[in-house]
Design a protein around this ligand. Structure first.
Ligand code: ZN
Ligand code: ZN
Length: 375
C-alpha cells in the first residue's frame, strides 16, 4: 500500500481523490433529502406559507428583478446612482447648445458688419486697385465658405445607427438604445442616440460631429480660423490707431473726438481682440483635428486606441489602426476627393456631396494604397 492510498472498510483500495468525491456526493444527497422533506412538510395542509409570506416572497422577487442582471457590477451601480446628475448635465448642455449657436451667429454677424462698415470703406479709399480686388475676392470667398459649412454642420445629421435588424457587421449592442452598433459608432448621451463614426458632441453646433457632417465641421473650423487670421492681419494698423486714440481719451485736455469716431475706435478694438482670440483658440482645435484626420482616428478613438496601444505594448505586440489608410488617403476619404478637379470643386468651393462610404461598414478606400503608416 502506498502513502497516497487508503483502505476502505469493504476492502477495495481507493485514492484520496475518490474518497473526496464520495464525501461530496454523500453531502449533496443529504442536502437533497433534507430539501425534499422540507418541501413535503410545506405541502401538508396547514403548514403552507401564509398569504402574507407568499406576498412577501413575490414582492422580493419583483424588487430583485428591477435591478438584477448578470452583468451588474459596481460601475453599473455608480452609473445608476449618478443618473440624475448625468441627466441634468446632458439637458443643460442641450439647452446651452442653442445659446452657443446663437452666440456664434451673433458674433460672426457683428464682425462681418464691422468689416463692411469700417474696414472695407477704408481699404477702398486708401489701397491700390489690385489690393482692393484681392480683399474683395478673398474676403467674400472666405465668408461664403464659413456660412455654408456652419449651416451644413448644424443641419446635417451625423448619421444614426440602424434601428432595424440588418446584415451589417456589428461590434456590440448599445445598452441605452438597444440597437446594434456598427464599428466606430458610439452613443451620445446629449443627443440620446448612437452616432456613426462619432467624433464628439459639439456645443457650438448643438449637434454631434459624426460620419455625415465631419467634413462640414472641419471646414467650418478651418475657414473660420482663416477668416479670423485675415481680419486680425488686415485690421492690425487700424486697431493700433484706434487703441492709441482710446488711450488718449483720458488725457487732459481730452481730444475732440465725435461720438461716431469713438464708436469706430471701439468697434475696431472689439474686432481685433475677438478675431485674434478666436484665431488662436480655434486654430489650435483645427490643428488637433487635422492631426487626428491624418492618423485616421476620431476624438473618441484617440482615447480607445491609446489604451489599446499601451495594452498591446505590454504583451510585446504592435497596435495597428484598422481605419488608417495612409495619410493622403485619410484626407481624400474625408473630403470625398476622387479626381484631381475635386480639390477645387469639393475642397475650395462649397459642396454638399456625401462622404465616402455609408458609415456602417469600413472597407478599404477606392484609392491607391499609400504606404501604411503604423501610428
Ligand atoms: Zn445608443
Ligand atoms: Zn450628440
Amino acid at each position: 500500500m502506498t502513502a497516497k492510498c487508503a483502505v476502505n472498510r469493504t476492502g477495495p483500495v481507493i485514492s484520496p481523490k475518490q474518497q473526496l468525491d464520495q464525501d461530496v456526493l454523500a453531502d449533496t444527497l443529504k442536502k437533497e433529502i433534507k430539501a425534499r422533506k422540507r418541501d413535503a412538510q410545506l405541502e401538508r395542509p396547514g403548514r403552507r406559507p401564509g398569504p402574507l409570506r407568499q406576498l412577501w416572497s413575490y414582492g422580493k422577487i419583483i424588487f430583485n428583478s428591477l435591478y438584477f442582471n448578470v452583468l451588474t457590477n459596481w460601475d453599473t451601480v455608480l452609473d445608476s446612482i449618478f443618473e440624475p446628475v448625468y441627466w441634468l448635465v446632458d439637458n443643460l448642455t442641450r439647452w446651452f447648445g442653442v445659446v452657443f449657436v446663437c452666440m456664434v451667429i451673433a458674433l460672426t454677424t457683428s464682425v462681418v458688419l464691422i468689416v463692411y462698415l469700417c474696414v472695407l470703406p477704408l481699404i477702398v479709399r486708401t489701397y491700390p486697385a489690385h489690393w482692393i480686388l484681392w480683399h474683395l475676392c478673398y474676403g467674400h470667398w472666405n465668408l461664403v465658405n464659413i456660412v455654408f459649412h456652419y449651416y451644413k454642420a448644424i443641419t446635417t445629421s451625423p448619421g444614426r445607427s440602424p434601428q432595424e435588424k440588418t446584415d451589417i457587421p456589428t461590434v456590440t449592442i448599445c445598452k441605452k438604445c438597444i440597437v446594434p452598433k456598427p464599428a466606430r459608432t458610439h452613443h451620445c448621451s446629449i443627443c440620446n442616440t448612437c452616432v456613426l463614426k462619432m467624433d464628439h458632441h459639439c456645443p457650438w453646433l448643438n449637434n454631434c460631429v459624426g460620419h455625415f457632417n465631419h467634413r462640414y465641421f472641419f471646414f467650418f473650423c478651418l475657414y473660420m480660423t482663416m477668416g479670423c487670421i485675415y481680419c486680425s492681419i488686415s485690421a492690425k494698423d487700424m486697431f493700433l490707431e484706434a487703441y492709441y486714440a482710446i488711450e488718449s481719451y483720458y488725457q487732459t485736455p481730452p481730444p475732440n473726438f465725435t461720438s461716431e469716431e469713438k464708436i469706430f475706435h471701439k468697434s475696431l478694438l472689439y474686432l481685433w481682440v475677438l478675431t485674434s482670440s478666436v484665431a488662436v483658440a480655434l486654430g489650435s482645435l483645427t490643428i488637433w483635428h487635422a492631426v487626428l484626420i491624418t492618423r485616421g482616428e476620431t476624438s473618441v478613438e484617440r482615447h480607445i486606441n491609446r489604451k489599446e496601444r499601451k495594452r498591446l505594448k505590454q504583451i510585446g505586440k504592435v497596435f495597428r489602426n484598422p481605419y488608417h489608410h495612409g495619410r493622403i488617403n485619410n484626407w481624400k476619404m474625408l473630403f470625398g476627393v476622387e479626381r484631381t478637379s475635386h480639390w477645387i470643386t469639393r475642397v475650395l468651393l462649397p459642396s454638399s456631396h456625401p462622404p465616402h462610404g455609408d458609415g456602417l461598414t469600413w472597407g478599404c478606400p477606392p484609392y491607391r494604397q499609400d504606404t501604411m503608416d503604423t501610428i
